[in-house]
Design a protein. Structure first.
Length: 576
């Protein structure tokens, strides 16, 4: 490993660009450096103590590897050796102190790709905080936490083995395998144990340290709330969250912890939670990182060449290239990229590229467009999309959406679906119609108003749900075109829509409701390879794609009117 303490070298290398790192790692380093300059200034009650940082590094490097090649004494020195990136994390997390000498950080969020030594390092961190926090913490309680006790046991078992392989800690401790608990002879109130959501009530729950493993899998924040409330009497508690990225952008881990971490690193939150440490190892896809490029793999895999091999990542990349259905999972687990579903239709970064151009009613006034209307069940979300073909060669197709929900039980709906409908309603991105079901007269009124603003040539609709409103609109002078939700009616327009998105010739104006719906979108295919949109079958609650379906139907009418193919299909699709 080189020098005994390499954290400062890592900081210098990240700042100079010698060390390849993603933007969030650079921001974490920048935060630490700027905090060093803030010491002894008014309003910043913290100081950096390098000796405290060295203390944890020295402790962890006296522990032993317990599994795999690195635990074989015939091949290696089995002592844990912290890599520079790991030393940096501990240097900052444990070096910063309050005026009274207690730890500054009470919560940490660490996100990194699979096989980068999270469990080994997390267990070592647990052992340090449980054994070395005395006498500052009397009766320290350390918990390995996961959604299920079996998952929590993975980290606890590693911590136990580290204790059993250490000549001093082994003598200071007693292991009770029957109830998965370790105690200390020097402090009868001290314990280290497991806790899962299936553990039942925790009597006298008073954690000083909680190792929260794979937080992306947590269905809600109830466990985190119990942990935080139980730490109220502790002097320097620490919630230590370690996780890979996940497959659900609506999960509490992404919506709360990860979003907060990004806000802290980007300094977009005020006031800044000074006791929150965070670092994220991921790819900079928005900046153009190519996940097949070996040069960027280290951004999400800082332990590459150590606990995760280059050959392993290469194999995973080849799997993703050969089997696109696995791409999303591999991006998530091996490159720490948050995605929505295991069979993603449109990657978020691809959709985001189509949102750079503003799309406004004022700009589109008077122009020709085609509509697609998807009326879901009266209790759910309904939508229609207006598709504007380019009136200048080289311009994209522009899209506007109108969306509707029943107003009754809105709070319950927000909680159930974990989607901010109320915020979108306030921003006038969704119309809440009075009552418990969608009032179709609101949709009819908006269509009539849009007819006055734009040249609405045709409206495509699903006759299974919209016969009544279709008759009303036909009487009002609209040209209504039925499109059945079958491969025969949806396969070709779905293909056209996907080509527009991936070639970047679609402009959605950054509509957040559509960004969410795109994240819900999956595709189903028949034996001939035809595809059409579908909601994820694994979890139908809280997943909506009505705006996508409406857009695809509207695009179909626009392309047909233009002679069967768009100008972009005639000249070819730009590869991305």
């Amino acid at each position: 490993m080189g020098d005994r303490y390499t954290a400062e070298g890592y900081i210098a290398d990240v700042l100079s660009g010698t060390q390849v790192a993603c933007k969030y790692v650079k921001l974490a380093v920048k935060r630490h450096v700027e905090d060093l300059a803030r010491q002894n200034t008014e309003g910043f009650p913290y100081h950096f103590d390098a000796e405290q940082a060295k203390r944890v590094i020295d402790f962890k490097q006296q522990l032993r590897h317990t599994k795999g090649e690195w635990a074989d004494p015939h091949k290696h020195d089995t002592r844990i050796r912290l890599e520079p990136w790991q030393q940096f994390k501990d240097w900052v997390l444990f070096g910063w102190r309050t005026k009274d000498g207690y730890r500054r950080f009470h919560k940490s969020y660490i996100e990194v790709g699979r096989k980068n030594g999270k469990t080994t390092d997390g267990a070592a961190t647990l052992n340090y905080c449980w054994y070395a926090d005395r006498p500052r913490e009397t009766g320290p309680e350390a918990y390995c936490v996961a959604t299920k006790k079996d998952q929590a046991h993975i980290a606890w078992d590693e911590a136990k083995r580290q204790v059993e392989k250490h000549p001093v800690l082994r003598k200071l401790s007693r292991v009770y395998k029957q109830n998965s608990t370790i105690t200390q002879f020097a402090d009868s109130a001290a314990k280290c144990t497991v806790w899962g959501k299936d553990s039942g009530t925790q009597d006298g729950f008073n954690p000083s340290f909680a190792l929260v493993d794979e937080a992306h899998a947590y269905p809600d924040n109830s466990m985190m709330e119990v942990i935080e409330s139980g730490m109220g009497a502790r002097k320097q508690p620490l919630i230590y969250i370690i996780t890979t990225a996940g497959l659900d952008l609506n999960s509490p881990c992404y919506q709360e912890e990860r979003t907060l971490a990004v806000s802290v690193l980007e300094r977009t939150i005020d006031p800044l939670p000074e006791d929150y440490f965070c670092i994220i190892y991921t790819l900079d896809l928005e900046a153009g990182d190519d996940w097949t490029d070996r040069n960027v793999w280290i951004k999400a895999n800082p332990n590459i060449g150590v606990s995760v091999s280059w050959e392993y990542i290469e194999k995973r990349v080849q799997e993703a290239l050969q089997m696109p259905s696995r791409q999303n999972k591999i991006l998530t687990k091996n490159f720490s990229v948050w995605t929505q579903t295991a069979t993603r239709a449109i990657p978020p970064e691809v959709w985001e590229r189509c949102g750079k151009l503003p799309v406004t009613v004022e700009e589109l006034a008077g122009h020709e467009c085609y509509a697609g209307m998807d009326l879901s069940a009266v209790l759910d979300l309904s939508a229609y999309a207006l598709v504007f073909p380019p009136w200048v060669e080289g311009d994209p197709y522009r899209y506007l959406w109108r969306m509707y929900l029943p107003a009754d039980n809105m709070i319950e709906r927000v909680r159930r679906d974990k989607v901010p409908y109320d915020v979108w309603i306030e921003r006038k991105l969704i119309t809440a119609t009075p009552g418990a079901t969608i009032d179709l007269s609101y949709i009819e009124a908006d269509l009539k108003a849009d007819m006055g603003r734009f040249k609405v040539r045709e409206i495509a609709y699903d006759p299974w749900r919209a016969n009544d409103i279709s008759q009303h609109l036909t009487q009002e002078g609209f040209t209504m075109v039925p499109v059945r939700q079958q491969y025969s009616g949806m396969a070709a327009p779905t293909d056209s829509f996907l080509k527009q998105v991936f070639s970047g010739v679609l402009a959605h104006g950054g509509n957040p409701v559509m960004t969410w719906m795109i994240s819900c979108l999956e595709l189903k295919s028949d034996r001939q390879g035809n595809v059409m949109p579908m909601k994820p079958l694994r979890d139908k609650s809280g997943k909506r794609i009505d705006g996508v379906v409406a857009a695809i139907m509207g695009l179909d009418r626009a392309i047909r009117h233009e002679g069967g193919a768009s100008v972009y299909e005639e000249r070819g699709v730009i590869s991305v």
